[in-house]
Design a binder for this molecule. Structure first.
Ligand code: ISE
Length: 321
């Protein structure tokens, strides 16, 4: 039984703690940590409660980091230093430089310890789209369309956060689906920097378009379509229920990412636990986390300039092959 500690007990930390308590085999929620003791006690439900994340890391077998974005790199590095596997919520780091420090620390330690919580890689619809593309039936991918709509964003969610906190999902899932690297990016922003329309091109010439709309109002809606040379594959509308009423058929949308990706979060947690037991890394690596943060940094610059901007990043080290 793997003793897992969860750092941060906000929306995602509470969900990861619940998964460890109720839905995952081979692991248990051993400890939680938060700056708010009340919130930590509520989520702990009998697990140990820490005020200091570094003390928690020292006491458990494996760590889930779900604290504010700016703290991720520090806790990921502390976990690596103690040889503890860590599932770190996205983004891996607040800057590309910090992301690279994590990659270097992991390589120096000689063991893959970091998984970044890009849960869409475990979503059955994305997994099926990738399988279809790999089957060759739709031909080579030429365009990937992404739609990412949130109901509403809090006041503190600034224009750059739309990229560093939301669009990072499209960066990661596009690299995952296409297995290609991004070579440039252009950002067109509506007044008020919301929504954003972002286009990237890959080293194989595929065009990736992403609408990132953090105040869509009607529901939480994530959609993707791959256009191949001889066919397309796309997600079916993510309806929870459909209804027919007064001459209209209606789809309903999830209210947020936790219900929409509930299955993906559960599969991710189980795969992470199984991977630790089997000594096999799963999901997005520290390298993927670094690449995503580095591309997001270039995209944030491209948003300010409005220019198509080249993305020049290092080659993947053989350690991550
Ligand atoms: C949030 O942090 C998430 O990770 C969600 O999946 C995403 O849809 C949302 O835009 C982010 O703010």
């Amino acid at each position: 039984m793997l003793n897992v500690g969860v750092i941060g007990t906000g929306v995602m930390g509470a969900e990861h703690a619940r998964l460890l308590r109720r839905e995952v085999a081979g692991a248990r929620l051993a400890a939680v940590c938060d700056t708010s003791m009340d919130r930590a006690e509520t989520v702990a439900q009998g697990a140990r409660v820490f005020a200091d994340a570094h003390e928690l890391i020292a006491e458990v077998d494996a760590v889930v980091v779900a604290s504010p974005d700016a703290t991720h790199a520090d806790y990921a590095l502390a976990s690596i230093a103690l040889g503890k596997p860590v599932l770190c919520e996205k983004p891996l780091a607040a800057s590309a430089a910090d992301g690279l420090r994590i990659v270097e620390a992991e390589i120096a330690g000689g063991r893959r310890l970091v998984t970044v919580g890009f849960m869409r890689r475990f979503d059955p619809a994305y997994v099926e789209m990738k399988r279809e593309l790999l089957s060759g039936r739709i031909g080579r991918a030429v365009i990937l369309h992404n739609i990412h709509r949130n109901v509403s964003a809090p006041d503190w969610f600034t224009g750059a956060m739309t990229i560093t906190n939301s669009f990072v999902h499209e960066i990661d899932i596009s690299r995952f689906l296409l297995a290609e690297e991004m070579v440039d990016v252009q950002v067109s922003a509506a007044p008020g920097d919301d929504p954003l329309m972002i286009t990237m091109r890959t080293d194989a010439g595929t065009v990736v378009s992403s609408e990132v709309n953090i105040n869509a109002g009607y529901g939480y809606h994530v959609h993707a379509q791959i256009v191949g040379r001889s066919g397309t594959v796309e997600m079916a509308p993510p309806a929870v229920v459909t209804s027919n009423l007064a001459g209209h058929g209606r789809l309903s949308y999830a209210s947020g990412w936790v219900p929409r990706f509930a299955d993906a979060y559960r599969r991710q947690m189980q795969a992470w636990v199984d991977g630790i037991v089997d000594g096999r890394p799963v999901g997005a690596s520290a390298w993927d986390g670094y690449m995503t943060t580095a591309i997001a940094e270039v995209a944030a610059g491209a948003m300010r300039s409005g220019e198509r901007t080249a993305i020049r990043l290092p080659q993947r080290p053989p350690f991550y092959d």
